[in-house]
Design a protein around this ligand. Structure first.
Ligand SMILES: *Cc1c(COP(=O)(O)O)cnc(C)c1O
Length: 371
């Protein structure tokens, strides 16, 4: 880490409107450091959505803390449900083991969670709020409040398939000085001075004041990150255009029992003219089939004509390593997440995608689905 990293952090902090930005090796490291920065450990429970990439859940367990999974609002709005949080906190379903300490929200697909309600719940129960904003870079919840800057800490990933891609890479953002200081220190072994400081002659040796990690980013990735950040707004607006086109072309699916998540809430607000409304980063284009068979029949049909689809995500509590941990949790409490994970498929979406390519994907899906 040297000047490129310093610049990347400063530019990123300015772009999202955060007091501190700390560049790290990847998004999982960002989540690990965020949890550590908030002193989460044994005896604590972290409430989080069952619909997520496994990183946040794995990092919770790495710290010896417990997980309580909450359901999503609906197939149409697959982000953590405030009602589910309230019922977890009330002790319903026996999912809460250990003292509740924090909530991790994930802005699925780059669409903001119900942050007003979730903030209020956190405030009422004295919980820290972490945003897994790996899908949400460059998107906002309210004007002037970007995803990742709403809670105590926000985490971003710059993995190859994210809206900013550096190969591997990540960022922690926070407005809290105490958390920033801790995250900065733990990123590099709790050392009081780093190679760059010593190179500049500022320090000859160092102390170790905490038990940290090597979660550093390097200059090459930081430089790529700066170049990517400069293109973010343009790339995200193309993603919004493509999303709008997808929603128009795929409208016939609704008559066959499919769901196009977020369409009803956002179809009219993706245009830049709607400044002041939430502006998603349109990371994913999920479609939800009426059942499992249709979902896999359609993804196979698309594969046959050379179109890759993906699954965001398999249901975390069904993973072998999570079975025991969620055994006490009432199954029906996560029914909507389970159904979503069974029937969701994500379609190609990338800033250099042409309207013709999008047309070909839609045609193949409409044919396969029988509409
Ligand atoms: C990509 C991603 C992560 C993990 O980021 P890595 O950089 O791959 O470690 C965590 N959460 C979500 C929602 C992600 O999409």
């Amino acid at each position: 880490m040297g000047e490129e990293t310093d610049c990347f952090e400063r530019e990123f902090a300015a772009a999202v409107g955060a007091g501190h930005a700390i560049a790290v090796a990847n998004g999982t490291a960002a989540l690990h450091l965020a949890l550590l920065g908030l002193d989460i450990g044994q005896g604590d429970t972290v409430l989080q959505p069952a619909l997520n990439f496994v990183a946040g859940a794995n990092m919770t367990i790495a710290l010896g803390a417990e997980i309580a999974f909450g359901d999503i609002c609906s197939l149409d709005e697959p982000t953590l449900s405030p009602d589910a949080l309230r019922s977890l906190l009330a002790g319903d379903g026996g999912a809460l083991r250990g003292r509740p300490k924090a909530v991790v929200v994930m802005h699925y697909g780059g669409y903001p969670c119900r942050m007003a309600e979730i903030e209020a719940i956190c405030e009422e129960h004295g919980l820290a709020l972490i945003e897994d904003a790996c899908h949400g870079v460059g998107g906002s919840w309210q004007s002037g409040r970007m995803m990742g800057t709403i809670g105590d800490v926000g985490c971003f990933s710059f993995y190859s398939n994210k809206n900013i891609a550096t190969g591997e890479g990540g960022m922690v953002v926070t407005n809290r000085d105490d958390v920033a200081e801790k995250v900065r220190s733990l990123r590099s072994h709790g050392m009081t001075s780093l190679t760059w400081d010593r190179h500049k002659g500022h320090a000859a040796t160092y102390d170790v004041v905490g038990h940290g990690f090597n979660y550093r980013i390097d200059e090459i990735r930081a430089a790529i990150g700066r170049a990517q950040l400069a293109k973010l707004e343009r790339n995200n607006s193309r993603r919004r255009e493509l999303t709008t086109l997808y929603w128009e072309r795929l409208a016939p699916l609704a008559d066959l029992g499919w769901t196009l998540p977020f369409k009803s809430a956002y179809a009219c607000s993706l245009a830049p003219a709607n400044a002041g409304r939430p502006l998603p980063s349109c990371h994913l284009l999920p479609v939800v089939a009426p059942d499992r068979d249709t979902r896999w029949r359609c993804s196979d049909a698309l594969k046959q004509v050379g179109i890759q689809t993906s699954l965001h995500y398999p249901f975390i509590p069904a993973f072998s390593a999570f079975g025991d941990r969620t055994a006490s949790q009432d199954d029906s409490a996560l029914a909507t997440s389970r159904l979503f994970c069974t029937c969701v498929m994500t379609l190609p979406l990338f800033p250099t995608m042409t309207d013709e390519q999008l047309g070909a994907v839609c045609e193949a899906l409409l044919v396969a689905s029988g509409s």
